[in-house]
Structures are given as C-alpha cells and as structure tokens.
Design a protein around this ligand. Structure first.
Ligand code: SAM
Length: 266
C-alpha cells in the first residue's frame, strides 16, 4: 500500500504509485502529468510489485498505450517495457558503482540480470567478462537487446536460466552481483560455489533501518559457514529507503579462507 501518489519517469513513461482509494483524483493527477511534462506520453499506475519476476502490478494506463521506453543513465541506454518489468530509479548510484568497481581482467557474474541494470555497467567497466543469468524470458529478451544497444556483446554471456544453476556452467567469478530482494539468502550457496577465493559478493536485501546491515551480515556468515567458507564484510551501504520499516541494503562481502577444503573444485 502506498500512502500518497508519487511519480517517477522512465523515458516517456511516467510511473505513478498511488493509494488504492485515489479513484477519480488519480485520473486528474495523470492528466496533469500528461499536460505539464512534454516528454511524457504514457502514465502507468502501479499498485505494487509481485512474484519471483518482480512484475509491476498495473492498475491503469493513461495517455498513449506505449509502455516500451528507453531510460538513459550514466552513459548507458536501457530499453524495457515499463508495464511488465521493474527498473528501480533509486538504484542509480549502485549501477554507477558496478561500472566503477570491477578491476582489469575480472570475471563478473550477475545472478539476477533483469534487463541489464548491473550487467551493462559491469560490461562498461574494466572487467574482462560478464556472465548474466535471468529467469524471466521477457526480461531476458530486453537484456539481449540492451547488450546490443550498448555494444557490449563481446564481453557479455547471457543465459535465460535460474542462477542456482550457475555452478553447472563451470564459472570462476571474481565478483558476483546478487541484485535481488525478498530472499536473496536462498541463492547465496550458488554464489559461494562460483566465487573464487577472495572474490567479492555484492549482496542486496531488505532489512530494518539503521542497523539492518548487521542482521544481513550475520545471516550471510551463518549461511557461508554451512557451506564451509568464511565471509568478511568489506562495506555496506543503503541503496534506498524501501518503506517506512525497510531499507534496501547492499553488503560487499569478501570470500576468505575456506573453513575446510571442499571436495568439489573451487
Ligand atoms: C527486480 S529485478 C532486479 C534487476 C537488477 N538486478 C537490479 O537490482 O536492478 C530481479 C530480477 O531477477 C530475476 N530472477 C528472479 N529469480 C531468479 C533466478 N532464480 N535466477 C535468475 N534470475 C532471477 C527476475 O526475473 C528479475 O528480472
């Protein structure tokens, strides 16, 4: 439930989040946006986001029914259908960080690629190779288009698959991006299997404000221990405020000494 209408812009699409009871006033709000912002052609009203694919729940569309749009940010163009795919504008600094952090020669694995929110910046970095997994065929189609659009096809390998299958691809990652919320911990075992010794894992999740990063760190350390490895916290940051009770955090975790020598190849 959203408490007051708010609006964000993805290219020519205005995305309004509004309280359920807003009724007619919503139409007024949408027509105000359409008349006052020349670049806006379509207003999409979103009630929430649901499911594993994080699909926006659309309530109504005003103006032209053109929901496919281009968003430009940090020298990157993203094409997507704003009525069926999530693109969080609040994550823009994190996208920039993924363009700045990878070092020369790195293999980066993006476990939840979406339309390329982190894959494209990582491919524009000094990294040698980016391997991306995306489960939703629709998001995957846009991911492929965005790889072409941004001319990074020589660096990116993209798979329409569950990232939990990533260990089957024989990958050895220097950096793993886990850009997902609502249960990211369930995917940490796969990330630990593909991460090299000393690799960095960017672990995204929601937690309480202020000290929530501590809860997430303890959760990750416990999961890593179960998998026979140790994690060290290199840093954490608030990506954005998600709701009154939850912040979106990212923890930078470095895989340190294995607790024991695992029998599988690492
Ligand atoms: C909300 S989007 C986030 C995209 C991007 N990582 C970001 O943080 O902006 C999460 C994406 O993960 C995908 N996804 C969910 N479960 C997955 C899985 N098991 N393997 C690969 N992709 C998955 C969803 O389809 C969705 O496109």
């Amino acid at each position: 439930m959203f408490y007051k209408p708010s609006v964000k812009y993805l290219g020519h699409v205005a995305i309004v989040r509004a309280p359920l009871e807003s009724g007619e006033s919503l139409e007024k709000f949408a027509s105000q946006i359409l008349s006052s912002s020349p670049r806006v052609r379509t207003v999409v009203v979103v009630e929430g986001v649901e499911g594993v694919y994080r699909t926006p729940r659309i309530r109504s569309i005003f103006g032209e029914p053109l929901t496919e749009t281009f968003h430009r940010e940090n020298g990157i163009a993203y094409k997507l259908d704003a009525s069926s795919l999530m693109f969080s504008l609040g994550n823009s600094f994190e996208r920039l960080r993924m363009k700045r952090l990878p070092e020369r020669g790195e293999t980066v694995v993006d476990m939840f690629a979406g339309v390329g929110q982190f894959t494209i910046p990582a491919a524009k970095s000094k990294a040698e190779k980016v391997v991306s997994f995306e489960l939703n065929p629709k998001a995957y189609e846009y991911l492929k288009q965005n790889i072409k659009l941004n001319k990074v096809g020589d660096k990116v390998e993209a798979y329409c698959d569950d990232c939990r299958n990533s260990p089957k691809y024989g990958l050895k990652a220097d950096r793993v991006i886990m850009g997902y919320l609502h249960g990211t911990i369930n995917y940490l075992p796969a990330a630990l299997k593909i991460a090299k010794h000393q690799a960095v894992i960017h672990f995204h999740e929601l937690a309480r404000p202020n000290e929530g990063w501590r809860d997430l760190y303890n959760l990750c350390v416990a999961e890593a221990k179960q998998n026979g490895v140790e994690l060290q916290l290199e840093g954490w940051r608030v990506v954005k405020t998600y709701s009154r009770r939850l912040w979106h955090w990212v923890l930078d975790l470095r895989l340190s000494q294995p607790l024991f020598q695992p029998s599988c190849d690492r």
